[in-house]
Design a protein around this ligand. Structure first.
Ligand SMILES: Nc1nc2c(c(=O)[nH]1)N[C@H]1C(S)=C(S)[C@@H](COP(=O)(O)O)O[C@H]1N2
Ligand SMILES: [Mo]
Length: 199
């Protein structure tokens, strides 16, 4: 008869089970950017949501800071296979940012300062699943990790979390973003290991 351990070792392995397939843990916070870190001046920073009919809602930095912020602690999963658990952010929920926009669109294309884009279904931004984050680990978000503010969509691979986010365009028809147009999976669910086209 075997002895079943319910000690700390058992807990540690049940935590390991929470890692999506093919991922490994990191303790540091890698920086992955397709180009140089853009210099974004807070005085000219704006964040815009534009509906499929062209109706726009825009916030400058002071207006964005005045919006209700939430504290969120989430796990990050990068398609290059690192995962970082328990990262602490503060940001504005997309539910807040999209609440006054009249739309029947199903898709969004997110654009960043510097030109990066990424696409996702609108519903993946709603119901407490996504934020525009401006603080990380109790401090202003650093430029290399997307400061002044980045999208944070932790249930999808991290390439969907556009750093230096600038605007969100609502669309009736899906349009692939930067990585999605050159071979990354259109949706990118880490739990279904949707890394590349055909996965
Ligand atoms: N604007 C912009 N956002 C981006 C990227 C980028 O190149 N430009 N890279 C994406 C990818 S592939 C990853 S893994 C994460 C990395 O975020 P980090 O540098 O904060 O770890 O940012 C995502 N957001
Ligand atoms: Mo990535």
């Amino acid at each position: 008869m075997g002895i079943v351990s319910r000690g700390f070792g058992g807990r540690r392995s049940s935590r390991a089970v929470n890692l999506p397939p093919g991922q490994y843990l990191v303790e540091d916070f890698p920086v992955l950017s397709a180009g140089p870190t853009p210099l974004v001046n807070l005085g000219s920073w704006t964040f815009t949501v534009r509906s499929e009919t062209g109706e726009a809602q825009e916030w400058n930095w002071a207006q964005f800071l005045a919006l209700p912020h939430e504290s969120i602690t989430v796990d990050l999963h990068c398609v290059t296979k690192w995962s970082k658990l328990g990262t602490a952010w503060e940001g504005v929920s997309l539910d807040t940012l999209l609440s006054d926009v009249a739309s029947s669109a199903e898709f969004v294309l997110v654009s960043a300062y510097g030109g990066y884009t990424t696409n996702l279904p609108l519903e993946d931004l709603l119901d407490g699943k996504a934020w525009v984050a401006d603080r990380y680990d109790g401090e202003a978000l650093s430029p290399e990790h997307g400061g002044p503010a980045r999208l944070l969509v932790p249930h999808l691979y991290l390439w969907k979390s556009a750093k230096w986010v600038r605007d969100i365009q609502l669309l009736n028809n899906d349009e692939p973003g930067f990585w999605e147009s050159v071979g990354y999976h259109n949706y990118g669910d880490p739990w279904r290991e949707q890394r590349y086209w055909g996965d």
